[in-house]
Design a protein around this ligand. Sequence first.
Ligand SMILES: [Zn+2]
Length: 313
Amino acid sequence: MSHQVAVHPLVSPWGRFGLYSYFIDSPEPAIVDTGITSSPSEGMAPALEQLGRRIEDVRWILLTHGHIDHLGGAMALWELTGRKAEVVLHRADAHLLRSRQAHVDLYAAVRQQYLDNPDAIAHQTASAQQAISGELEPTMLVEGGETISLGGDVSVSVHSIPGHTAGSVAYVLENDRDVFVGDAVQIHGAANGFPGYEDPTAYRASLEYVRDRLAPNRLFLGHPYRGSDGEPYGIELDAAAARRALDESLEIEQRIHDAANRALSAGLVDTASPYSPFEAVATDVGYTGDPTLEPSPFFTTLHGYRARFEAGR
Ligand SMILES: [Zn+2]
């Protein structure tokens, strides 16, 4: 079938990761997610030139959530548009665009206690300094429920899908039911081989919402997340692949949920394992990846189950 509005992936490299942004070729052009500081000039501008489009004409910067590799390039891209583009972000993640320090604080509040790395705060601070192009107030704060016109008859609806972060959103290109979710659909995770989400209960509800309510015709992901066979799904999924990715994401969440609750009910134990105090969970779900590789989704996710479990007692 033909699509009414062209969508082009724009990839920028960052260490072990490929950072995916999407150009929506609408009357008021939009870019979903921005990579890091270097991405707009080094990745996006040449790619748009090849499409016969100009980065200065971009009018919408649609951020799916507050992580560095999605909003780090926002200030740089905004500058390239002559500060004319609207910068859209969910209210609950806005502090992550306003402040580099917020990323360090998040690390200190959650992951630091598990990773035991004396240089970590200095490293996180340097990384936020380098990868985030500037601190910026979003020009449009959203909460879900909004509809944004991209000119002509092209419109995007905004949907709150918390879990990966509190302020994660889906942008739905209504003309084609193209759904952009950033990192809110993790399957087995990307480079680390483990799905990352801060709030497991919200994550599950959001996956069901995307599958059942948004029912994507095409699903665009923030990274090439892997399936159970270790193979990446790719980043642009048709309706059938989107359904499989969502079902598989729900299945693995259920397995981690069950393993986490068994370990938490038995009582967490500090061990010499790099997965400590969640060694039993890693064994139970057969996770053999390196849990210390930042952004260490293993500890972010298990901390979320732990916080839920402890709050429920
Ligand atoms: Zn993320």
